[in-house]
Design a protein around this ligand. Structure first.
Ligand SMILES: [Zn+2]
Length: 291
């Protein structure tokens, strides 16, 4: 399956569009993602962070993917998002994830290279092939609506020369970069450094996909510019979480006597699907898959 995901990312690069990556911790979210992707005919990439997959269960997340693959004639990939340790990345590979984002970006460069390379080598031993994403640069914030200003410093940005070295020494298939993006929705409008994306794209071999995390809250024109500069995968989490919780709160308040969750969360599923479809259209991801 890694081969398939890399092929889709390469095609997106040639055709100047981006795939979406959406997170889930509930079956409702996973369903919203897959249904939205099927409706606009986009490849479906969903992922779980370490917190999300502790909630779902590693085995269960893989089983959910397999169940959706049976029901939808769609390329569906499961990514272990922001995996912060080598053992956790190996556990996701062993459980059957298609892809792992090994995020050792908080460690010194040499330790990041060493741990990421270990996971690339571990993944390469698998017959099925697994796509590995590394991360370089410091991404602030977490996936929620921030209550305070988050300062992004230029020295946290991914350096293009270091990115080139990181990619060649680790052998990663994808690279997550820090270019002014902040996890969550911040009080300030994020300002992506498009020039920096271009510089990293020029420095890194073409077969390595560039990934933009923290796409929630980034203005549409900046997303378009980032794709034009070479981003082929964009992560959206907070926007989906916000739509889910907002609609669920509304449903709970509207009918205090209702106790059936499947009735209470029906409108939340629709709201999440709308958000996801809007993003896929913005990314140029619609009508890319023959159904
Ligand atoms: Zn992220």
């Amino acid at each position: 399956m890694a081969h398939d995901i890399q092929e889709i990312l390469a095609r997106a690069g040639r055709e100047k569009w981006a795939t979406g990556h959406f997170n889930f911790s509930e079956l409702d979210q996973a369903r919203a993602i897959v249904e939205a992707c099927a409706e606009v005919r986009a490849p479906a990439i969903f992922g779980t962070s370490e917190g999300e997959r502790t909630h779902v269960g590693l085995t269960e997340a893989v089983a959910i993917r397999d169940a959706f693959r049976k029901d939808f004639p769609l390329p569906i990939f499961l990514n272990a998002d922001h995996t912060k340790s080598v053992p956790a990345a190996k556990a996701a590979i062993d459980a059957g994830y298609d892809s792992v984002h090994i995020d050792l970006s908080a460690l010194p460069f040499e330790e990041n290279v060493k741990g990421t390379k270990e996971i690339v080598e571990y993944a390469r031993q698998r017959e099925s092939g697994i796509s590995i994403e590394g991360e370089l640069g410091y991404l602030r914030g977490e996936s929620k609506i921030q209550q305070e200003k988050i300062e992004v410093k230029k020295e946290d940005y991914t350096d293009s020369a270091q990115a080139k070295e990181f990619v060649s020494r680790t052998g990663v298939d994808r690279l997550a970069i820090a270019v002014g993006n902040i996890h969550g929705i911040s009080l300030d409008e994020p300002a992506l450094d498009i020039e920096r994306i271009r510089a990293i794209r020029a420095a890194v071999p073409e077969h390595v996909a560039l990934v933009l995390h923290a796409g929630s809250g980034v203005p549409d024109e900046q997303i378009a510019a980032a794709i034009a500069a070479g981003i082929t995968n964009i992560h959206i989490n907070t926007d989906i979480r916000v739509a889910f919780v907002r609609e669920l709160k509304r449903a709970l308040a509207d009918d205090v006597g209702e106790a059936a969750m499947y009735k209470l969360d029906a409108s939340a599923i629709s709201a999440m699907k709308e958000v996801i479809k809007q993003k896929l259209v913005l990314f140029g991801s619609m009508n890319r898959i023959e159904l």
